[in-house]
Design a protein around this ligand. Structure first.
Ligand code: ATP
Ligand code: MG
Length: 314
C-alpha cells in the first residue's frame, strides 16, 4: 500500500469579496479558509481515500485548528503537524484584480510554518511513506528546504517515488537558495508537473517538445503539463497524451493546480493508465475552480465520477 507525504506551509486564506488592486483601503473580506498549497494537495489526496500525511507547523490558534480539523475530517494523517503554543499560524490575504490576476499579502516566513524541522517522530512518519510530493512554494525557508530534501532522500532510498509541482510565484523565485533548491529537487523527481512557463525553468529549449525531451533525458520518468481551462497533457519516453478540460463556471482558480496534482499522483501511484489519471485530474481541477476558497473545491471520487459522467453524456 502506498502512502503519500508532503511537507510545507499550512495557512489560512482570507479573500477580498470585491475585485480591485490590493489592500490599501478597507474592503469586505471572507475567511478564514484552510489553505497552503501542500495542505490543499494533501487534503485532495485524503478525500480520494488514499493514505497520506503532511509535516508542517501551526500555532495553537483558530487558524491552525481550522486546518487540522479539515485535514482530519478529509482523512489526512495529521500526526506530523506540530502545534506551537506561542506560534501564529500563517496567512495569505488575496484580492482578485479586474484582470483576474491576484494581489497577495503573505505571512509565511515569520509564522509558525517558517520553523518546520524534522524530529524523531516525523522521521518515523517519513519512513512509513512511499511517495513524496514537493511543492515549489514550500521551499520558502532554509529549514523547510532541508526537511524536504531529507524526506526525499529517505523515501527514494527505500525505492519510493517523488513528484514535483514547481508552483512558482514570482515573489518567491528570488528568495535565497531557491533556484538551487529547485534544481536539487528536480534531479530527484520521477513525475514533474509544471504549468505554463514553469516548463522552461529548468530547460534550455525554446519549444515545448524540446523542453520535454530535455527533462526526460535527465531521468524524469513523466512530465504532466497543466493547461488551465484547456486541460492537461502527459509525456513519457513512449507516450504523448492530451486531454481537454471540463466546461465549468470559474469562480475562484486558486487551488486548481494543487487538486489536479493530488488526483493525478493518486491515480498514477495506484496504477491507472495516464489517460485515466489525466481525465480524473482534469475533473478535480475543474471542480476546484467552481468554489470560493482554495480547499473548498476538493472532491471525492464520487464527485469526480459525477462530473465525468455528466460531461461525457452531453
Ligand atoms: P494554481 O493557480 O492552482 O497554481 P496551476 O497554474 O498550477 O494553478 P492550472 O493549469 O491553472 O494550474 O489548473 C490546473 C488544472 O485544473 C488544469 O490542468 C485543468 O485540468 C483544471 N482547470 C483549471 N482551470 C480550469 C477552468 N477554468 N475550467 C476547467 N478546468 C480548469
Ligand atoms: Mg500551480
Amino acid at each position: 500500500m502506498s502512502k503519500i507525504l508532503t511537507i510545507g506551509e499550512i495557512l489560512v486564506e482570507i479573500i477580498a469579496i470585491e475585485r480591485g488592486n490590493g489592500f490599501r483601503e478597507a474592503v469586505p473580506l471572507i475567511g478564514p479558509f484552510p489553505s497552503g498549497a501542500p495542505a490543499i494537495f494533501i487534503d485532495q489526496v485524503g478525500k480520494l481515500g488514499q493514505d497520506c500525511a503532511i509535516i508542517s507547523t501551526v500555532g495553537d490558534d483558530d487558524f491552525g485548528w481550522v486546518n487540522i480539523d479539515r485535514l482530519t475530517r478529509d482523512g489526512v494523517d495529521v500526526s506530523g503537524i506540530e502545534v506551537v503554543p506561542q506560534g501564529t499560524t500563517g496567512s495569505a490575504f488575496v484580492r482578485y484584480r479586474e484582470d483576474g490576476s491576484r494581489a497577495f499579502v503573505f505571512n509565511i516566513l515569520h509564522s509558525a510554518c517558517g520553523q518546520i524541522e524534522l524530529n524523531d517522530k516525523t522521521r518515523v512518519l517519513i519512513d512509513g511513506c512511499t511517495h513524496m510530493h514537493v511543492m515549489g512554494t514550500a521551499l520558502y525557508a532554509p529549514s523547510v528546504v532541508l526537511s524536504i530534501l531529507d524526506a526525499v532522500d529517505r523515501i527514494k532510498a527505500k525505492g519510493g517515488t517523488v513528484s514535483f509541482d514547481p508552483n512558482l510565484r514570482p515573489e518567491i523565485l528570488d528568495s535565497p537558495g531557491m533556484r538551487e533548491a529547485l534544481q536539487t529537487v528536480l534531479s530527484k523527481t520521477d513525475l514533474f508537473m509544471p504549468s505554463g512557463e514553469e516548463l522552461f525553468l529548468f530547460a534550455n529549449a525554446q519549444t515545448e517538445k524540446e523542453a520535454i525531451d530535455e527533462l526526460l533525458a535527465k531521468g524524469i520518468k513523466a512530465v504532466v503539463i497543466k493547461r488551465g481551462q484547456h486541460g492537461a497533457s502527459y509525456f513519457d519516453k513512449d507516450t504523448a497524451i492530451d486531454v481537454k478540460g471540463f466546461k465549468v463556471e470559474e469562480i475562484d482558480p486558486t487551488g486548481a493546480g494543487d487538486c489536479f496534482g493530488a488526483t493525478f499522483v493518486t491515480f498514477w501511484l495506484n496504477g491507472a493508465a495516464p489517460q485515466d489519471a489525466l481525465r480524473y485530474a482534469n475533473a478535480s481541477g475543474a471542480r476546484a475552480v467552481t468554489r470560493a476558497g482554495p480547499m473548498e473545491g476538493a472532491s471525492t471520487r464520487a464527485e469526480l465520477d459525477a462530473l465525468i459522467q455528466s460531461q461525457e453524456r452531453s
